[in-house]
Design a protein. Structure first.
Length: 747
């Protein structure tokens, strides 16, 4: 019996394929499919409903219902049984449809006389496209085999919809991937840019959905799965011990690759007439549909693993690699579900922007994008389903908005915005070589933050006077293995060479909290930002910091060296860190290495506690740099990574500025140079206020130097300071309003 049904199903698919091959209009094809399906399933009715917009379905073809209802009957998501299938993405099989909860009577279709109803979702890779329904007068429950058969038809329909086989009149039949779509995500890195989509993982296109010979397809699938298993085993063998997370992921891969259920379902689909790749894709679609319903983070990740495996399998079967042969478009903007920092770096400086479906503000990809100063948007949900290679795309990193295939008015408005930015850039380049001196003659030093070799060309192009913060952890984060000392020494030497004598402040490894090394055993901490991180790790397990200090000393090879310890919360930590350095220096000297002619040792001030350290701390430390990103999160108790609170408190809040005033005073008493290297230093108005409060060295993203310098040179710091102090005296919560008024009145 099952066998007969299978061959029925194969026959139906064969006929569908022939229909597709015919040179017919979209509507005629849909009509024919409903006819063939009803005929093959022995039902009076077969209907196809497609989404005309995100929550409306439209009857687009029918065999058995009133033909006049086609393109007239519509329903909302969740409305009636069809709407229920669409909303839940699940099959509805009802012997007595009118008595089902939610049944909606649609007189225009003559539906009431049909008792049984079977509806399956038409979806592709988790994207809902419509609903396929069969109905019959006889009150009966459809069998599992019949459900399967209808699902297979729905899958073919989904593929055909994707390939534009049913294009016709009306929104529901518009060609897919042609409309303008707006995505609202979150800002990973500011900046506006326009260009063309470059998919990191291009979709594999399956064109041969139906196959005549199941035996051949089963063999192809089996061979492909064997190859997949071998490659997963090889990956697992290649991952060295200690690469905790990676091994866990690969183990999950192996489990899926050997999962009997996964394989069996695909084999059954082949038995029903699908090609091997279509069977994989059908399974993948179901995984994606599940993925959208799962909220548990761990489970979602595992479903993603399964999704990745399906992609690998599809590539083996179709021979389509990541390299699809298509050329990278002009001004490429990378679109991906997510991307590792290494992959992002591999693109070098080619990318104009990056848009991710996932990611978080602190994720490694975001850290790298920041370092590369590429506008980046995260959480742009479902964009990989919509975007096609080469599509025009506008990225507004300031607002967290992406326009895909925008219409002309949007493009023109965006062009204006970019033109204004370009004009400002011109203005900045004209003052690039100028010293930054305020209108009342105060000298302010503007430095840049860096962390990758890719940053260093900006040292000249931005006009930075040096590197005020070199985040050494980036070199650790972009690798999947702990870098070797020689490797690091080489990189640091190249950094110093590129700086050509300008001062570079190397911050020792700042890991933990948001920066978790992929190869370090993750430690479960209730609150990582307040946990075992940065200097705390370095002092408790000094091996890595010692190795890094050696690399830095060797890189300097006699040249002066500037080091900064992160996250020092009390005097003693500074003393211990400095002692470690002295030990390493002595050892290096003993080993015959040239030690730097001078080592300058500073610390970051990232916890309020350090501002109240004993006087001897300020006397002994050679410079202090305020890490405003962390300092602010601890000062206001507002997580810098939590979208809900991270912008809640203004940097120009009176409490925060008063606190900074205290730090300035403490440094002034001991003549300790003070700088500020958090993100706020790169925001012009904030920078102006910081300078007015007495912080005369600011380190920021290279792209911010121009705008900051331009503003600082136009105003008198003493007057800004007066505005701030007066606002304090009036008890204003934030000085932003009064400062902005002053800037406007004196522009
Ligand atoms: C800071 O905390 O302000 C800082 C500069 O360090 P990071 O952003 O790397 O934590
Ligand atoms: Mg910090």
């Amino acid at each position: 019996m099952a066998h007969t049904l299978e061959s029925e199903s194969r026959k139906l698919l064969g006929r569908l394929r022939d229909t597709m091959a015919e040179d017919a209009a979209g509507q005629a094809r849909l009509d024919k499919i409903t006819h063939l399906t009803a005929d093959s399933m022995g039902t009076e009715v077969c209907s196809i409903y497609l989404f005309r917009d995100a929550d409306t379905l439209e009857l687009c073809a029918t065999q058995g219902l009133n033909a006049a209802a086609v393109h007239q009957t519509r329903m909302k998501l969740g409305e009636g049984l069809v709407g229920r299938v669409a909303r839940s993405g699940k099959t509805v099989n009802a012997a007595d449809a009118p008595s089902e909860p939610g049944f909606r009577f649609m007189p225009e279709t003559g539906e009431e006389i049909y008792s049984s109803f079977l509806g399956v979702p038409i979806q592709r890779l988790g994207e809902k496209l419509g609903v396929l329904v069969v109905q019959s007068k006889q009150a009966r429950q459809f069998s599992d085999d019949e459900i399967y058969a209808l699902e297979v038809v729905a899958m073919v329909l989904a593929e055909m919809t994707e390939l534009g086989a049913f294009v016709g009149e009306g929104a529901a039949m518009e060609k897919r991937h042609t409309q303008a779509v707006l995505f609202r995500g979150s800002t990973g890195q500011e900046g506006a840019t326009m260009g063309h989509v470059w998919l990191h993982e291009p979709r594999v296109v399956v064109t041969n959905l139906v196959a005549d010979d199941p035996e051949t397809e089963l063999t192809r699938l089996q061979e492909a799965v064997d190859r997949l298993r071998v490659s997963v085993d090889q990956m697992l063998a290649g991952a060295s011990i200690g690469e905790g997370d990676q091994v866990e992921v690969l183990e999950a891969y192996r489990m899926f690759a050997n999962s009997k259920g996964w394989l069996r379902r695909m084999e059954e689909d082949i038995g029903r007439g699908l090609s091997a790749e279509a069977a994989v894709e059908k399974e993948q679609s179901q995984t994606r549909a599940r993925m959208s319903q799962v909220t548990d983070g761990y489970l979602r990740e595992r479903l993603h693993d399964l999704d990745d495996l399906s992609n690998r399998l599809l590539r083996i079967l179709t021979g389509q690699g990541r390299e699809t042969g298509s050329e990278m478009p002009e001004n490429p903007i990378l679109v991906a579900r997510n991307i590792g920092p290494g992959d992002l770096l591999d693109y070098n400086r080619k990318l104009r922007g990056v848009v991710l479906e996932e990611g978080s503000v602190g994720s490694h990809a975001v850290i790298v994008a920041r370092a590369l100063a590429i506008p980046l948007i995260i959480n742009a949900e479902r964009i990989t389903n919509e975007a096609l290679n080469g599509d025009q795309i506008l990225v507004d990193g300031d607002q967290g908005i992406v326009h895909l295939r925008p219409d002309d008015t949007v493009v023109n408005a965006f062009r204006d915005k970019l033109a204004m930015q370009a004009k400002a850039q011109e203005r900045y380049s004209s003052i690039r070589e100028a010293e930054c001196v305020s209108a009342d003659g105060q000298r302010i030093h503007l430095l840049m933050n860096a962390g990758l070799m890719a940053d260093l060309p900006s040292l000249t192009s931005s006009g930075a006077e040096g590197v005020g913060l070199f985040r050494t952890e980036l070199q650790f984060l972009v690798r999947n293995k702990m870098p070797k000392r020689t490797e690091l020494a080489e990189i640091y030497a190249r950094v110093l060479d590129a700086a050509g004598g300008k001062r570079v402040v190397f911050r020792t490894l700042d890991i933990g909290s948001d920066k978790v090394l992929p190869y370090m055993k993750p430690t479960e901490e209730p609150n990582p930002a307040l946990g075992w991180r940065a200097i705390r790790v370095a002092l408790d397990r000094p091996g890595v910091m010692r190795m890094q200090l050696q690399a830095l000393i060797r890189a300097a090879n006699g040249r002066p060296l500037t080091l900064m310890f992160p996250f020092i919360a009390q005097y003693e930590e500074f003393i211990h860190a400095r002692a470690e350095l002295e030990k390493v220096m002595a050892r290096e000297q003993k080993l015959g290495h040239t030690v730097p002619e001078r080592v300058e040792i500073g610390t970051m001030l990232e916890t309020p506690s350090l501002a109240y350290a004993p006087q001897r701390f300020f006397d002994e430390v050679e410079f202090v740099s305020i890490g405003g990103n962390d300092l602010k999160q601890f000062f206001f108790a507002a997580d810098r990574e939590n979208e809900r609170v991270r912008r809640r408190y203004d940097t120009l809040n009176q409490s925060f500025l008063s606190f900074l005033r205290l730090v300035v005073e403490r440094c002034e008493t001991s003549n300790t140079p003070l700088s500020f290297c958090g993100e706020d230093a790169g925001r012009p108005v904030e920078a102006l206020c910081l300078a007015a409060m007495g912080i005369r060295t600011l380190s920021m993203r290279p792209a911010s130097i121009g705008p900051v310098k331009s503003l600082l040179m136009r105003y008198r710091l003493s007057e800004i300071r007066d505005v701030i102090e007066e606002a304090f005296a009036r008890g204003e919560q934030s000085v932003r309003g009064p400062v902005m008024d002053y800037l406007r009145d004196n522009s």
